[in-house]
Design a protein around this ligand. Structure first.
Ligand code: PBG
Length: 330
């Protein structure tokens, strides 16, 4: 039995060296995945007003960020394109163009950095559709599952051919992981991983992201017929179970902090690599608190990141990745 005063839990907290020695979980730059937004042009840095401190970069700038990430010890980038309006269409066919912005960015990073860094690519049609939904829609605007999966398979093969290391489907269609895995195997991309956005919620925290990829103004309605209901946890375990059975190498929970219970339960139930996406609205909340003088950015960023590790995550997608890596002494 441990009881006071023989046991005083404050003893080990009394000095910095002792706190360091007893810390259960550490977060390092290797735990970070850095999401980046790509835009057309040359030498372009286009700040995103709803994500203060985050910009869209033209491909040359993306390559510079990739080199920066390598220097900081960040192992992986997550790319999202801001597709020009004239390249968007009802069916999002630009996603299949081997020379689309995404593919050009992948190739440029791989040419510059090779296997010094991983490139994770988003699979979903919202950056390419004129209606901002993640898939093909019918006359009522309902997102069609099976027809969308066919396009997502093509999109995945297109990204893998350009050199993507991790295919990350964020669309929440049923059955897409199996279809994509099979197509990757058939095409010989046996070592291209799939990180499934397995438990992705229909969240109010995605607003700034939609600004960043240019889909916010286009989106009519919501994504509740495919993304999960925020009240559900058991269903998240079923989503994860299915994606793993279909061949996902790792799974993601998204958003991050409001869904830490889900990340923790997924880790405990399956023991697989779990990643969390600290999404745009979470980043914006921290920055707004800092701007209001209500919080210390550095402390807040590090505390949120260690929370993900404590919950059992293998890593975190965060817009604070480069800043956090610097804080960690990289
Ligand atoms: C869409 C996608 C979204 C995000 C990543 N991929 C937004 C959405 O589902 O509408 C959100 C990421 C963020 O908010 O940072 N396929």
């Amino acid at each position: 039995m441990t009881s006071y005063p023989m046991t005083r839990l404050r003893r080990t907290r009394a000095t910095a060296w002792s706190r360091a020695m007893h810390r259960e979980v550490l977060v390092t730059p290797a735990d970070l995945i850095w999401p980046l937004f790509v835009t057309e042009g040359e030498g372009v840095e286009d700040p995103i007003s709803s994500l203060p401190g985050v910009s869209r970069w033209s491909v040359d700038g993306i390559v510079a960020r990739a080199r920066e990430a390598v220097a900081l010890g960040i192992p992986c980038l997550a790319l999202f394109p801001n597709t020009q309006p004239d390249r968007r269409s009802e069916d999002g066919r630009e996603a299949l163009n081997p020379d689309n912005l995404m593919c050009r960015a992948i190739r440029a990073i791989k040419d510059a950095c090779g296997n010094d860094i991983g490139v994770l690519t988003d699979v979903a049609l919202d950056p390419y559709t004129s209606h901002g939904q993640d898939g093909l829609i019918d006359g009522e605007g309902y997102v069609l599952n099976d027809r969308t999966v066919e396009v997502l398979v093509g999109q995945s093969l297109n990204q893998a051919a350009a050199g993507a290391d991790i295919i990350a489907p964020s669309d929440m269609m049923d059955g897409r992981i199996g279809a994509i895995r099979e197509a990757l195997e058939d095409a010989g991309h046996v070592n291209v991983q799939i990180m499934s956005y397995a438990a992705k919620y229909a969240s109010a925290f995605y607003g700034p992201f939609r600004d960043a990829v240019g889909s916010r103004g286009l989106l009519k309605g919501d994504k509740k017929t495919y993304q999960m209901d925020p009240g559900n946890a058991e269903e998240a375990l079923r989503e994860v179970e299915m994606d793993l059975a279909e061949g996902a190498d790792s799974v993601m929970v998204k958003p991050g902090l409001p869904y830490l219970d889900i990340a923790c339960r997924v880790k405990q139930a399956f023991g697989v690599p779990v990643f969390a996406y600290q999404v745009s609205g979470e980043y914006a909340m921290i920055e707004a608190a800092v701007a209001a003088g209500a919080a210390d950015r550095d402390a807040m960023v590090l505390e949120t990141l260690v929370a993900f590790k404590r919950a059992g995550c293998s890593g975190v997608l965060t817009y604070h990745a480069a800043h956090a890596a610097r804080l960690m002494g990289a």
